[in-house]
Design a protein around this ligand. Structure first.
Ligand SMILES: *Cc1c(COP(=O)(O)O)cnc(C)c1O
Length: 435
């Protein structure tokens, strides 16, 4: 870490982090929060409201992490808070069915084109692990195909060439994943339909292909025109199931997720993040035929003490109902365009080559001059420059993801005024990095 990237501010965050390091691995409960990809000390957050977060030293930031995706309405949305207060008064967990779960399932079914039935779980990781068990159970096959740089949570079968924190830390595939399991995961390059075809030529026994239809976890990488259609066609012809991991893209790119936007239907969909409205939630869904194989309707087992928790359902349902207003997605698109055009211009003025990938309100500016279409091209980005830019932005009061390989998110609470302040901060930050 260069001294420029070291934290000069000190303060309460430094003090808390020193204590945290003694108590939690790396001082955090999830790796990317630790600023390892950019150096320095993570800010400890005291509160958040709308598009802004305030740290324990009282400094306020315009936030583009949005809790890594869920906060599409901004932080502490009044309607979500008030619904939560109502729910709280009725008790926090029963371990028995509730009306809220029915309403939530109806909301998801009505929104997500390929989903007829859904099972709620507590995180995105749980959703993808369960979806894979379902695919294996249904097909009686073991192998799984995933794409380099895609992240599907930390399940054993999925921690192979994974994106997000694994990529940020430059970790090889994780110790603790049995080789016998890892062998069942085949990886292929994103946006390479021929590569996927070859995998099917070389392997039998493939149960499913799991994909982020728009990748967020190596930074934002959209599918090439026609690519998702090819993936759909190949999986269908080869008789393997297609899983869209829409934990990030669900209700983010469109109400019905990437499958609505690109009009390509997977067999199984996993969700999380936005559908919890800021509380811990995941879900997986599919056709009635497929889902009825899950216990107790069928014999593929999956369960959860707190699954469908009433507080989580209330926060999620309130959020999803707000997102029925499709004009929200048009506004987010315009906000994304305004911000990314502004930041790209600011980079150019300061003499930097950056490539900005964006789909709606999800985007990444890569420090590279070449198009970013897969993990190989994403990995060519200059991470040291990103680290410097990140810290310069933080200094200017803008909180970006502490890693080049993460997507940034815009919420409905990001007003034009805040976006323009971000662009102005970007101008100063790029100039500072240019030296
Ligand atoms: C965040 C994410 C996950 C994991 O969700 P958790 O709630 O962190 O377990 C899985 N898949 C994708 C695409 C994600 O973005």
């Amino acid at each position: 870490m260069s001294s420029a990237q070291k934290d000069e501010r000190g303060g309460r965050s430094e003090e808390l982090f020193a204590r945290a390091i003694e108590l939690m691995p790396g001082g955090v409960n999830s790796p990317v929060r630790a600023f390892r990809g950019v150096g320095g000390t993570p800010r400890f957050i005291r509160s958040a409201k709308g598009a802004e977060m305030t740290d324990v030293d009282g400094k306020t930031y315009i936030d583009y992490v949005g809790s890594w995706g869920p906060m599409i309405l901004g932080h502490a949305d009044e309607e979500v808070l008030s619904a939560l207060r109502d729910a709280l008064a009725h008790g926090t967990s029963y371990g028995a069915p509730t009306e809220l779960e029915v309403l939530m399932a109806e909301e998801i079914r009505d929104a997500v084109p390929s989903v007829e039935m859904v099972r709620m779980v507590n995180s995105g990781t749980e959703a993808t692990m369960s979806a894979i068990r379902l695919a294996r159970g249904l097909t009686g096959r073991n192998k799984l195909v995933k794409f380099e740089g895609c992240y599907h949570g930390h399940g054993d079968s999925l921690l192979v060439k994974a994106g997000s924190g694994v990529a940020t830390l430059g970790l090889p595939d994780s110790p603790g994943v049995p080789a016998t399991l890892a062998q069942n995961t085949i990886t292929v390059s994103f946006n390479d339909a021929e590569g996927l075809e070859r995998v099917f030529d070389e392997h039998e026994d493939i149960a499913a292909v799991i994909i982020e239809p728009v990748v967020g976890n190596m930074g934002c990488v959209p599918p090439r025109e026609g690519y998702l259609e090819s993936v759909r066609e190949i999986t269908k012809r080869r008789d393997a199931l297609l899983i869209f991991d829409e934990v990030m893209t669900g209700f983010r790119l469109a109400r019905g997720g990437a499958q609505e936007l690109y009009k390509v239907m997977p067999d199984i969909t996993t969700m999380g993040k936005i559908i919890g409205g800021g509380l811990p939630v995941g879900a997986y869904g599919a056709s009635r035929d497929i889902m009825n194989h899950i216990a107790p309707a069928g014999n593929i087992y999956q369960a959860g003490t707190l699954s469908g928790n009433p507080l989580a359902m209330m926060a999620g349902l309130t959020t999803l109902r707000r997102l029925r207003d499709k004009s929200i997605y048009e506004r987010l698109e315009r906000a994304g365009e305004r911000l990314c055009n502004g930041l790209t211009g600011a980079a150019r003025e300061a003499g930097f080559e950056t490539v900005t990938n964006r789909v709606g309100s999800m985007w990444t500016s890569f420090f590279t001059g070449e198009p970013v279409t897969d993990w190989t091209s994403a990995a060519r980005s200059n991470r040291e420059l990103y680290g410097k830019f990140f810290h310069a932005m933080l200094e200017e009061g803008v909180y970006l993801a502490p890693s080049q390989f993460e997507a940034a998110f815009i919420s409905t609470a990001h007003t034009d005024e805040l976006l323009d302040r971000t662009i102005e901060a970007g101008r100063k930050a790029f100039r500072k990095v240019a030296g």
